[in-house]
Design a protein around this ligand. Structure first.
Ligand SMILES: Cc1cc2nc3c(=O)[nH]c(=O)nc-3n(C[C@H](O)[C@H](O)[C@H](O)COP(=O)(O)OP(=O)(O)OC[C@H]3O[C@@H](n4cnc5c(N)ncnc54)[C@H](O)[C@@H]3O)c2cc1C
Length: 336
């Protein structure tokens, strides 16, 4: 296991926070996990660092997931079951799948980060979530000191949520994920964002997963800031879920509010719309700012510290609460 001391985390987080960690262990072989005692408050598993905000130097041990490998476990005419190691880059996995005409994750193209982190917040975009194709998650449990596998139905998947953010938080290191993709008769999800409009513009007759991935990548590139150019972690806040009663009360006061029904008498409100309504699009606070094209994304505009970003987030939370009576929750993991 490679161990680095007093290491800069700048290359390891997409918000581009220039903080240091006391120690960083690069995990390239899962057996190295057996040598680690426990995941205390002072250690953190890190994938691509695209969903974290470091607010200060990290006074502990970073376990950087570099487990690599992709394997076909089972295959029929209809489906294929893949085992992907946790340190694999998610977008590369998507590209591998679409090149092979394996369907199911094409809408999730260009989401940064690793395979191992994808189940944690049940990554989703354009009407698809990882839970739709995930078969199992394998992890090392630091309490039981053993490798365990849990099936999809035991992962407690919900919107940007799973058991890994709840009872298994800070207890496990995800080593592998099983994905079941379709080779035939796949129901594409095209009615989200501008996917169908873009396909029509390109006059596409026969739909292939690669074409959808390309369209999704194009849409994302026009809407979201590239973390290689400007530091960010994608959507900073979750879209809040409210009861039907709250929704109709808001709808009366704000007729243009963007929301959709999610069943069970609940509605999901578009946090980006509420933030924009409060006038925050392009708003600057110290080195941090609200992105000019997508108000849900906070950016490191000019050497922002984690504190600057957090202050900006709190200014937004307070204002949105004042105006709408709704409390926004960060989607990004705040590490401090
Ligand atoms: C430009 C941009 C766009 C984005 N768009 C989307 C989007 O459309 N949809 C979406 O859902 N997300 C999106 N995200 C967020 C992010 O890409 C995902 O949350 C991604 O899954 C994070 O992967 P990561 O490897 O970078 O995780 P990290 O940021 O490294 O870690 C995230 C959390 O998971 C934990 N963790 C990471 N790996 C493991 C592991 N192997 N075992 C146990 N715990 C682990 C970490 O401790 C941390 O708490 C976007 C981010 C950016 C920067």
């Amino acid at each position: 296991m490679k161990i680095l001391h007093n290491v800069s985390l700048l290359p390891f987080n997409t918000f581009k926070m220039n903080v240091k960690a006391k120690e960083c262990r690069i995990i390239e072989d899962e057996n190295e996990l057996l040598k680690i005692d426990t995941l205390s408050q002072n250690s953190l598993v890190l994938g691509g660092g695209s969903n974290v905000l470091f607010t200060k130097d990290y006074d502990g041990i970073i376990l950087k997931n570099e487990l690599k490998g992709r394997e076909i476990i089972d295959e029929s005419e209809e489906e294929i079951l893949l085992n992907i190691k946790g340190g694999e880059n998610w977008h590369s996995v998507v590209m591998w799948a679409v090149e092979n005409n394996w369907n199911g994750i094409e809408n999730l193209a260009l989401i940064p980060g690793t395979m191992g982190a994808a189940p944690i917040q049940n990554i989703g975009a354009y009407g698809v979530e990882i839970k739709d194709v995930l078969e199992y998650v394998r992890f090392y449990h630091f309490d039981t000191k053993s490798f365990e596998t849990i099936k999809n139905q035991d992962c407690q998947f919900a919107y940007r949520d799973s058991i890994f953010k709840r009872s298994l938080k800070n207890k496990v290191f995800i080593t592998d994920v099983g994905l079941r993709l379709r080779k035939k008769n796949h129901q594409y999800k095209l009615d989200y964002g501008n996917i169908r409009e873009e396909l029509d513009k390109r006059n596409i007759q026969t739909i292939r997963p690669k074409l959808i991935a390309e369209v999704v990548m194009h849409i994302r590139q026009t809407k979201l800031p590239d973390p290689n150019v400007v530091g960010n972690a994608g959507s900073f806040f979750k879209n809040p879920e409210v009861s039907e009663e709250v929704y109709w009360r808001l709808k009366e006061k704000f007729p243009n509010i963007v929301a959709y029904s999610i069943g069970n008498n609940k509605y999901k409100l578009a946090a980006g719309w509420m933030i924009e309504y409060c006038g925050f699009k392009g708003y600057v606070h110290k080195g941090a700012a609200v992105h000019t094209r997508q108000a849900l994304v906070l950016i490191n505009q000019k050497n922002a510290t984690g504190k600057d970003i957090l202050e900006l987030a709190n200014i937004i939370i307070d204002k949105v609460n004042q105006v709408f009576g709704v409390i926004l929750e960060p989607e990004v993991n705040i590490i401090g």
